[in-house]
Design a protein around this ligand. Structure first.
Ligand SMILES: Cc1cc2nc3c(=O)[nH]c(=O)nc-3n(C[C@H](O)[C@H](O)[C@H](O)COP(=O)(O)O)c2cc1C
Length: 199
């Protein structure tokens, strides 16, 4: 089966470190893997409105919601390329994820079943040199993948604040070379993987 990678750029600036790192990782993908790149800032979604329990959902067919839904449904692999903002994903990325909650209720697309078994990946750049501060972001993506029954490829982390700085993070560039070569496991919530308590 041909793999279709959807790269969703979540930075609030263009040509940033996160995109640079994502492009380094994507360079390693085999030629028969399709790549689609969408900049969430250039395709802004309106504020998410929680209508899950109030109205019938209709499938968005136009506008950025329609575009992003179709791109999401087509992808076998979704790569959230988001800078670390306040220890989590960027607002553009978070809003896109919030839309998943609406799509879960949209008739005719069976969003959860369709996404199950597909793979979620993260790519992030951050100013802090200690990667432990990115744990909330990693948890957000892991748990979201677990909820959806998706595989999770983990988060490729790079260091940099000023544009272009991530290209000096040689360890991150080395990790980028093999990032997409893994065979990601199904995501699990922590309570599913922790050892059972002793009686
Ligand atoms: C709104 C905002 C919040 C940020 N929050 C964090 C943070 O919590 N931790 C951190 O290490 N860096 C933080 N940074 C720095 C960015 O993660 C860093 O500059 C990153 O390289 C930006 O990625 P980009 O070049 O792809 O936009 C923040 C930057 C901005 C603009």
């Amino acid at each position: 089966m041909t793999r279709h990678f959807l790269f969703l750029l979540g930075s609030s600036r263009s040509d940033g470190n996160t995109e640079l790192l994502a492009r380094k990782a994507a360079e390693q993908l085999p030629g028969d893997v399709e790549q689609r790149w969408l900049d969430l800032a250039a395709h802004p979604l309106p504020d998410f409105e929680d209508l899950r329990h109030d109205s019938d959902h209709v499938r968005p067919v136009e506008g950025n919601a329609g575009l992003l839904l179709d791109a999401t449904l087509t992808a076998t692999d979704i790569v959230l390329a988001t800078p670390l903002y306040w220890y989590s994903v960027s607002a553009h990325t978070k809003r896109y994820l919030d839309y998943w909650s609406g799509w879960l209720r949209t008739p005719g697309i069976d969003f959860k079943a369709t996404m199950a078994g597909r793979t979620l990946w993260g790519i992030t750049s951050m100013a802090d040199r200690d990667t432990v501060v990115a744990d909330p972001l990693i948890g957000t993506l892991n748990h979201s993948a677990a909820y959806m029954g998706m595989r999770f490829g983990g988060v490729l982390l790079g260091n940099g604040s000023k544009r272009g700085k991530v290209l000096e993070d040689t360890a991150a560039l080395a990790r980028a070379k093999t990032f997409f070569a893994q065979d990601p496991p199904f995501a699990r919530f922590p309570y599913e993987t922790e050892a059972a308590p002793t009686p």
